[in-house]
Design a protein around this ligand. Structure first.
Ligand SMILES: C[S@@+](CC[C@H](N)C(=O)[O-])C[C@H]1O[C@@H](n2cnc3c(N)ncnc32)[C@H](O)[C@@H]1O
Length: 262
């Protein structure tokens, strides 16, 4: 994705913090406004990334904040119980280890970590992975017990999933879909993913689901907007809320721990 080396702009962090970030990420510091096609920002809240809006009208800036995402979204209860995501993943059924194979800005992963799961975040886009790594470092300083349950792997889940040992209980997939109108993401995040990463590839998503089903011990969960077609037939359960749906698939080779996901 990164066409040219990205630069870092001091956007409120101050010269010392900006220099430290530049050294850690091996980036050149640039004067504002920086490259309109995409720039890292040293903000007062950590590493940010700014890119053009998909409408071409101005820019948007995002920072990954795992602790805030975990607090806010961990607290959202559907029907008085666990959040829909946590129930889809099976945190109420003794699921402990989750791989978020399409980690993005880490919001879903943070929700699961906040609720006690140990989560491996896989992200293949180098910019998103940098934002996640920065968020994890900040979480390590502020809440070490939270950060200890989150671990980042950079790279393509299609290559990394099969290497994971021991196999995770659950694999969560929230890829970019080819169709427009995906509303399961906050507007700002959705714009970043669309503008920076572009649409997903339907064939690759099916491949990822098949691979995930051959690697997960208990279940694979695919996050989708409500009322759109499932990625593949054969979901054993479907949990739908007003803004999001989770399709639950059984592992391809059921193990003795393959609990009924419903
Ligand atoms: C829609 S976003 C995920 C948002 C995430 N659920 C969150 O809470 O922030 C999709 C992300 O998956 C990543 N991705 C897509 N396919 C991938 C793959 N095969 N391996 C690793 N990352 C992948 C993209 O780079 C993008 O950052």
């Amino acid at each position: 994705m990164r066409a040219a080396p990205l630069t870092l702009i001091d956007a409120g962090a101050g010269p010392d913090a900006t220099s430290r970030l530049a050294a850690r990420l091996d980036l050149q510091i640039a004067e504002p406004p920086g490259d309109p096609a995409g720039s890292y920002l040293a903000t007062a809240n950590g590493l940010g990334f700014r890119c053009p809006r998909e409408s071409g009208d101005g820019t948007l800036t995002v920072v990954s904040d795992l602790l805030a995402a975990g607090d806010r979204r961990g607290a959202v209860r559907v029907g008085g119980g666990l959040p829909l995501l946590a129930r889809a993943v099976g945190l109420d059924r003794d699921v402990r280890t989750v791989v978020d194979a399409t980690a993005g800005l880490g919001r879903d992963a943070a929700t699961l970590v906040a609720l006690g799961a140990t989560v491996t975040l896989i992200e293949r886009d180098p910019v998103l992975a940098d934002l996640l790594e920065d968020a994890l470092l900040r979480a390590q300083a502020a809440a070490p017990e939270f950060a200890a349950r989150a671990n980042l792997r950079r790279g393509d889940a299609l290559a990394l999933l099969a290497e994971l040992t021991p196999a995770p209980d659950v694999i969560l997939l929230d890829p970019m879909f080819p169709e427009r109108g995906k509303r399961a993401l906050p507007k700002q995040d959705l714009q970043l993913f669309r503008a920076w990463l572009g649409p997903g590839d339907a064939g690759e998503i099916v491949e990822l689901l098949e691979l995930a089903r051959s690697c997960a011990r208990r279940r694979v969960v695919v996050k989708r907007p409500p009322r759109v077609k499932p990625v593949a037939p054969g979901a054993v359960a479907c949990l739908e809320g007003p803004r999001v749906r989770f399709d639950v698939y059984a592992p391809a080779t059921p193990t003795t721990r393959n609990a009924n996901p419903t």
